[in-house]
Design a protein around this ligand. Structure first.
Ligand code: NAD
Length: 475
């Protein structure tokens, strides 16, 4: 059984002080494929010390030096994209197309950060003051399992663009992906200590990052519950935080939508990443007088979705990441039935033809009302709740009737109409008619979906502190 028994500190692969062995699974077969030796608080402190030591030099790097590092990081990740994708199929169960997307996302993050930095003024004159943007310090980057190495790259890219040094706590469930990524990043030849990676438990390594006075900022992607605990724990040392948390995104099909054309958008928003994406559009709002047509179309389409072996290119939905997630999603499906929602397609139990692994049937409930658990809570699996509305006013009210506000989807045959509705939705992003991702636009949540933004200028500024210098300018 392979054992990952190295963490990455001060430019070297070193043995962790921690000794707990943690099983890593292939979720498509529910078998243990490797183990990882988890780091502990002492490892976290060693990593922080290395990042602290590297910070003064890093903070003084020029824009061009940072851009060169980012390009180098892009190249090494791109060179290993196939291997990274392969490992994320094995360890996470990502279907091949998703796995390839993640590898590209990871490599491209460094180029997007380089471009953002290139165009960004790190010093400017405001009135009589010279305002310089300084790196915030050592940053703690904490990632979840649903895009572990992709998020490591997007967070690290902005940290480096800003001149920060980083300590990284990846998901403990993604250690094979982390190991492969670390090997790539090491090849970029960055100065020792600029980034350090300690796989360990959240309440051990993550908690140490959050409490340690030598860490200036935490950028965290994960659940809203843990996000709140990070704000509380970080308050003592006044940590800056960027929190990318959960969602319960609405997909509004407006009364002028061509429903046949809308269905692929509804499905891709709802089931992307096998339903394990914070941005999944899981509450679908349909005009009451078109619900019969909508239900017929979505049922037909979902029945055709291929669930199963993530290595099969025709598979759209792979397994959930773990037994815990599988059981959680099954429980939500049972709750939906118990609360009186109508099961249109899918339901409890393994999909037809699947005999093992953490697979869930893509499921659509109709006749859902806003007070039902499946309309309120993030399920994090391929489960869509369909709700109806009578007026557009009511649709907007339902869309905003959530503690979350990460991303929303609007589908309409009239772009202007869609934009008027988009203007009234409380979420960090609104996607009209399946528009593609814009990597330089801000990403993040309103309300309990998070704090702050990632990507582009807004993402870069989250790693910078403005300093105003008054006086002393050359005459
Ligand atoms: P999680 O919050 O349990 O874990 C996320 C990370 O935080 C892991 O690395 C974990 O070890 C660590 N962690 C756990 N307890 C900690 C603590 N006390 N202090 C510091 N770190 C701690 O989330 P998860 O189950 O891994 O991921 C699923 C959740 O992530 C979902 O709610 C999903 O919506 C959210 N998510 C959000 C985004 C986004 O960008 N908004 C993206 C992906 C996932």
């Amino acid at each position: 059984m392979p054992v990952i028994d190295r963490i990455y500190i001060d430019g070297a692969f070193v043995e962790p002080h921690g000794s707990e062995l943690f099983d890593l699974f292939n979720p498509a077969t529910a078998t243990v494929i490797a183990q990882v030796k988890l780091g502990d608080e002492e490892d976290a402190r060693r990593a922080i010390a290395a990042a602290k030591k590297a910070f003064p030099a890093s903070s003084r790097t020029t824009k061009q030096e940072r851009i060169d590092m980012l390009r180098q990081l892009h190249d090494v990740v791109l060179a290993d994209a196939e291997r990274l994708a392969e490992i994320s199929i094995e360890e996470y169960g990502a279907p091949v197309a998703r796995a390839a997307w993640t590898a590209r996302y990871a490599a491209d993050a460094f180029l997007h950060a380089a471009k953002t930095l290139e165009d960004y003024p790190l010093a400017r004159q405001i009135g009589t003051a010279e305002v310089v943007m300084e790196p915030v310090g050592v940053v703690g980057l904490i990632t979840p399992w649903n895009n572990n190495y992709g998020f490591i790259c997007s967070k690290l890219s902005m940290a480096i663009a800003a001149g920060c040094t980083a300590v990284i706590k990846p998901s403990e469930m993604s250690a094979l992906q982390t190991q492969a990524l670390t090997e790539c990043l090491h090849r970029a030849g960055l100065p020792a200590g600029v980034f350090n990676i300690v796989t360990g438990r959240g309440d051990v390594v993550g908690a140490e990052f959050t409490a340690n006075p030598d860490v200036a900022k935490i950028s965290f992607t994960g659940s809203t519950t843990v996000g709140k605990s990070i704000i509380r724990a970080g308050a003592e040392t006044m940590k800056r935080v960027t929190l990318e948390l959960g969602g319960k995104s609405p997909t509004l099909t407006l009364d002028d939508a061509d429903l046949a054309a809308a269905i692929p958008h509804v499905i891709s928003a709802g089931f992307a990443n096998s339903g394990q994406a914070c941005i999944n559009g899981t509450r679908v709002l349909v005009p009451e007088d078109r619900i019969v047509e909508f239900n017929t179309l979505i049922k037909q389409a979902v029945e055709k979705i291929k669930v199963g072996d993530p290595r099969d290119p025709s598979t759209a939905i792979g397994p959930l990441v773990s037994r815990k997630q599988f059981e959680r999603v099954e429980r939500y499906i049972a709750t939906g039935i118990a609360e009186g929602a109508e099961l249109l397609v899918g339901g409890e139990g393994l999909p037809d033809g699947v005999t093992g692994g953490y697979f869930v049937k893509p499921t659509v409930f109709t006749g859902v009302t806003s007070d039902m658990t499946i309309a309120r809570e993030e399920i994090f699996g391929p489960v869509i709740a369909v709700l109806t509305y009578r007026t557009e006013e009511e649709a907007i009210e339902i869309a905003n009737d959530t503690v979350y506000g990460l991303q929303s989807y609007v589908i309409s045959s009239n772009p202007e109409h869609a934009r008027t509705v988009a203007a009234r939705i409380q979420s960090g992003r609104v996607v009209i008619n399946g528009a593609p991702h814009e990597p330089l636009a801000p990403f993040g949540g309103f309300k309990q979906s998070g704090l702050g933004r990632e990507y582009g200028v807004f993402g870069l500024e989250a790693y910078l502190e403005p300093k105003a210098i008054l006086g002393g300018q050359p005459a």
